[in-house]
Write a protein that binds this ligand. Structure first.
Ligand code: SF4
Ligand code: FE
Length: 499
């Protein structure tokens, strides 16, 4: 069934073993911890969306696996419409949160594992698929909050997992038992990890036979013994601890963290791939394309927030009608809608890779194009917004100055622009723009999330058939052999589409 946001919060409130560390201290209740609370609230928005009028239809979908409506964040895609709904839902949720709401990685992991395990089943190895379908049914019925964990800490980047001086630089199985396996290793930069019920773990790269112990996928509850989480820091994060309501706290935030698996037991029924080294490369391709498509939604939604804040700040200082300001705003709109359009193309041009109640995949070329635009355009949008907002964005006084009776009246006098606005409205909008346009969710995450820029360039290069394009050009130039085969297409099939 569908859980409300409050039910999600209650669910993660008291966990037995979860060892979560923030700034060197163990946190027992993430829902009241000032550092993590903004993350809980952003995650919570993905549950509330299923009950709010404007997002209700997008955020719910019928699941044939459990025979009832489930939260879309735990659903499997069966059509291009599902993929379009994903992008639209993410854009909407950025409007409600102003940050990354952290639930998409687990969702993409489910859709990836559906395809990978189904394919193994079609080849005759059915156990993974059976395990996985049981798991998805459980996740959907309980409406669990999932994180997805792919990126290993990687040690020496040029060496394969089995060649590393530290054998635990990639997550691996260290013991096989009758009832399950013991896993060890660490996953880095895991979005939302401290505020979820469970985490789905996947391999992060293609593997060779020697790497078999590293080619594993499984799911564990966050409070499994041996799981340790170290939450990472972000710019301005200590503002959450100040007790104000303008400088840092009015918005929600995401977090990333290091997930350490210190000899964690995983029962067999929660193992979705075991030493299947041949499947690891394709799994990564399927997952990364899903997540690259999704960025069209959440980043364009944040772009809307930034465009809106910039427009308002231009009004507050009386420059909104200047032609260069209008031109810059239009440029921001163009950049923003370009990212979104690419994500829609990746959705509509997707195709079904395997049978059954899931398996609809994105178009990998357009998914990579989407993500590659996202590595650039948010920086350009942010720059234009900073240009219009003015230097106060970097120098504004604290909300506590505005509250200090000794200087309050002076700050009100000197921070005000056009008289319909106040110093406080200016400060509020400045802080919104600062906390969104300079955030990890909008900048660093846009570069490195779902793979760094070079990963997309390699994918695009592989997916484009430059020889086919040359044949087309040669024909038009009168150089090629005739008759020309007009079936030539400049796009190649991806590995996932071939196998
Ligand atoms: Fe979802 Fe975007 Fe956050 Fe990834 S970055 S988890 S797609 S909101
Ligand atoms: Fe991400």
């Amino acid at each position: 069934g569908l859980r409300t946001g409050q039910q999600y919060v209650e669910g993660i409130r008291h966990r037995q073993h979860a060892s979560i560390y923030v700034m060197g201290k163990r946190v027992t209740d993430v829902t009241t911890n000032l550092f993590l609370k903004p993350s809980v609230l952003a995650f919570k928005a993905t549950f509330d969306a299923a009950f709010e009028e404007d997002t209700r239809d997008l955020a719910r979908v019928y699941s044939p696996i459990v025979g009832e409506e489930v939260n879309r964040f735990n659903s499997l895609h069966t059509s291009p419409q599902d993929l379009v709904a994903k992008v639209k839902l993410l854009r909407k949720l950025s409007h409600k949160t102003g940050t990354c709401f952290q639930r998409c990685v687990g969702w993409d992991a489910l859709n990836t594992l559906y395809i990978v395990t189904r394919r193994m089943a079609d080849k005759g190895k059915k156990i993974y698929y059976d395990n996985f379908i049981k798991y998805v049914a459980d996740v959907q019925k309980k409406d669990l909050a999932l994180a997805g964990a792919m990126t290993d800490v990687k040690g020496v980047r040029t060496l394969r997992p089995s060649e590393q001086p530290n054998p635990d630089a990639y997550v691996r199985v260290v013991e096989e038992r009758d009832d399950g396996i013991i896993v060890r290793g660490a996953k880095a930069n895991i979005t939302g990890i401290a505020v979820v019920d469970e985490v789905v773990v996947m391999p992060t790269r293609a593997m060779s036979e020697n790497d078999a112990a590293y080619a594993i996928s499984f799911a564990i509850p966050l409070d499994s013994p041996g799981v340790k989480i170290v939450v990472g820091r972000q710019l301005n994060d200590a503002r959450r601890l100040e007790g104000g309501e303008v400088d840092g706290l009015p918005y929600m935030f995401n977090h990333e963290g290091l997930l350490i698996l210190d000899d964690v037991f995983v029962p067999w029924e929660r193992v979705f791939l075991y030493k299947e080294w041949k499947e690891a490369g394709v799994l990564v391709e399927i997952f990364s394309s899903y997540h690259r498509q999704g960025y069209a939604g959440c980043k364009s939604g944040l772009g809307d927030v930034i465009i809106g804040a910039t427009h308002n700040l231009a009004k507050q200082i009386g420059v909104v009608d200047k032609s260069h300001v209008q031109e810059k705003l239009t440029e921001m709109v163009f950049l923003n809608e370009t990212m979104y359009s690419a994500g829609l193309a990746a959705s509509w041009e997707g195709r079904k890779l395997v049978d059954g109640p899931g398996g609809f995949w994105v178009n990998p070329m357009y998914a990579n194009v989407t993500k590659h635009l996202v590595t650039r355009f948010p920086y350009e949008i942010a720059k234009l917004s900073h240009d219009i907002a003015g230097g106060l964005l970097g120098t504004a006084p604290s909300e506590f100055d505005l509250k200090n009776p000794e200087i309050k009246a002076l700050i009100e006098k000197y921070l005000q622009g056009v008289p319909e606005f106040t110093a406080e409205t200016r400060l509020r909008m400045i802080r919104l723009l600062e906390n969104t346009s300079l955030s990890v969710a909008y900048l660093v995450e846009s570069v490195h999330g779902a793979g760094s820029p070079q990963a997309q360039r390699i994918s695009m290069q592989r997916l484009y058939d430059v020889d086919a394009a040359e044949k087309i050009a040669k024909f038009l130039a009168g150089m090629g052999n005739r008759p020309v085969d007009f079936r030539v297409e400049p796009h190649k099939k991806s590995e996932a589409e071939k196998t």
